[in-house]
Ligand binder design. Structure first.
Ligand code: BDR
Ligand code: CA
Length: 314
């Protein structure tokens, strides 16, 4: 199994990505690290534990609390998109047993203990990952591979015309990460997720028809985002984060990817968080692999397979 850490702002599809880490027999999820992003920090923590519980794995994977705001800017929420991020599900505070060690320390320590072995799937703003490179100059080298959900491949943003949410919230962190020397693979919002990882009505019906506790969990967790997506003309639920986990765990689902130079705008008024993804531009050396096309049906089958897993919520 692939040893990995998932760094997450847990709401909606972050939960589905966690399910991939928790239920795919090819995954060995060593830790969940939490970063400020989608919804209130405490609520995100609860959403992560709700996901552990739905997967029947409560108490089995350490959850470390990380940075509570971006490196230099105030936090911005996506509660208008995700509601509370888990469809109103609740859980006893007593079940939220988090680790004492800060997420940045845990990332640095675990990568240093296993140099060249651990992959990190980063599906929220990149604050924790950037701070880990600030704390330990060897962090990028110690991580085997970093998988980032963020940016757009010179296409549409989703929080502004120019920017995707994760890069917009902490552009300084995103820029830091692309300059840090990671072996990094990027799963961008547009065109990849927006066109190839959307589950429309037929697929959502197929998932609901599974009738498992996990398919109910999925439907509930994705309900608010589905409503939001439809309000902005997207015909279904979007799955950027679980696609990012799948790119690591099921590389056979990637049809094409290319080497790009990726840089992130931190200064622009209208372009804050814009990801410049270039290839073949004189003087710009490639620093990232950008996924361009996936097997969309295969990805849906993968998620459906995970949600078919018979679990006893713990
Ligand atoms: C990203 O932003 C969040 O709303 C999602 O969880 C995803 O990581 C998409 O732009
Ligand atoms: Ca996310």
């Amino acid at each position: 199994p692939v040893p990995l850490i998932i760094d997450t702002d847990t709401a909606q599809d972050d939960c589905v990505a966690l399910l991939a880490g928790l239920l795919d027999p090819g995954a060995d999820l060593r830790a969940i690290t939490m970063v400020a992003g989608n919804v209130g920090f405490e609520r995100q923590v609860r959403n992560a534990f709700l996901t552990l519980s739905a997967a029947g794995r409560l108490g089995e994977v350490p959850v470390h609390l990380g940075c509570r705001r971006p490196m230099v800017r105030p936090w911005i929420s996506a509660e208008d998109v995700h509601g509370d991020g888990a469809g109103g599900l609740s859980m006893d505070d007593a079940d939220l047993s988090t680790e004492d060690e800060h997420a940045v320390d845990a990332l640095v320590r675990m990568a240093a203990e296993n140099p060249g072995e651990l992959s990190v799937v980063a599906i929220g703003p990149l604050t924790n990952i950037a701070m880990a490179t600030v704390k330990d100059p060897d962090f990028a080298r110690n991580v085997k591979a970093l998988y980032v959900m963020g940016g757009s491949n010179n296409g549409r943003g989703n929080i502004t015309a120019a920017a995707e949410f994760n890069f917009y919230v902490d552009p300084e962190a995103a820029k830091t990460v692309f300059e840090a020397g990671f072996a990094v693979t990027v799963v961008p919002w547009d065109p990849l997720t927006l066109r190839q990882a959307v589950f429309g009505e037929e697929r959502l019906k197929e998932i609901a028809a599974l009738g498992t506790p996990l398919s109910d969990f999925f439907t509930r967790v994705c309900a608010a985002t589905l409503e939001f997506d439809r309000s902005v003309g997207i015909d279904g639920t979007t799955h950027p984060d679980s696609l990012t986990a799948a790119v690591l765990l099921r590389p056979d689902l990637v049809r094409t990817s290319s080497r790009y130079n990726v840089d992130v705008e931190t200064a622009g008024e209208l372009t804050r968080g814009y990801s410049a993804m270039s290839w073949g531009v004189h003087g710009l050396e490639p620093n990232a692999e950008v996924v361009e096309e996936v097997d969309a049906d295969g990805f849906f089958a993968y998620i459906k397979g995970l949600l078919s897993t018979p679990t006893t919520p713990s």
